[in-house]
Design a protein around this ligand. Sequence first.
Ligand SMILES: C[S@@+](CC[C@H](N)C(=O)[O-])C[C@H]1O[C@@H](n2cnc3c(N)ncnc32)[C@H](O)[C@@H]1O
Ligand SMILES: Nc1nc2[nH]cc(C(=O)O)c2c(=O)[nH]1
Ligand code: SF4
Ligand SMILES: [Mg+2]
Length: 210
Amino acid sequence: MLTQEVKELVNKGEMLPLMEEFYTIQGEGYHTGTAAYFIRVGGCDVGCHWCDVKESWNADLHPPTHVENIVDNARKYADTVVVTGGEPLTWDMSALTSKLKESGMRIHIETSGAYELSGEWDWITLSPKKTKLPTQSVYDKADELKVIVYNKHDFTFAEEQAQKVNPDAILFLQPEWSRREEMTPLIVEYVMNNPKWRISLQTHKYLNIP
Ligand SMILES: C[S@@+](CC[C@H](N)C(=O)[O-])C[C@H]1O[C@@H](n2cnc3c(N)ncnc32)[C@H](O)[C@@H]1O
Ligand SMILES: Nc1nc2[nH]cc(C(=O)O)c2c(=O)[nH]1
Ligand code: SF4
Ligand SMILES: [Mg+2]
């Protein structure tokens, strides 16, 4: 059982349920191929049936960790951090991002946008989900929109989301991993016919790295 004191620190974002941290290469989206330290925060209730990190969903399984300790670790490895999850915006990201900034780090977030934006970010990757649509605050600030393509209807969903995001966001279509053989050729054709879109692949899975 968590003490009341720990619960309050988690509510304030001064502690976060930390699932894992790892130094790797950003596999997806605009920054594909660049080294970054990943901080994976537990807790998500969006419920994507194809989610590749379902172990992250239950926040209670991941130890509440002081953000100072997360930052002290991260700064040893890299100058760019990617905060992911789980759904990081489940929590108040202000304390984590202000401490990362004090350490001079560049900070990126991977989010479904299902909750209001908190924290200060150098790069926001929005990957919207039909089951819990993004909040306006995240549409307004997203640097890239990355829509996962599981079936043909997801092209329609992608166009709807592109209408909602700010006009400067860079647009990506990414095949859902288990459907990549069927969907990748359709995405290739779609991007050639609709060149405002780009392809994003989960390159870390092809490289067998985290
Ligand atoms: C695990 S999520 C965590 C961050 C946040 N909850 C979100 O969905 O953006 C990280 C990224 O992986 C993508 N993703 C998750 N499962 C996937 C799968 N099976 N195939 C392709 N992309 C996937 C998500 O859409 C998101 O862009
Ligand atoms: N290498 C690597 N790149 C990633 N980009 C987004 C990821 C995520 O799970 O948020 C991810 C991940 O899990 N690994
Ligand atoms: S929002 Fe992200 S972490 Fe949550 S279930 Fe969907 S892909 Fe997984
Ligand atoms: Mg991943």
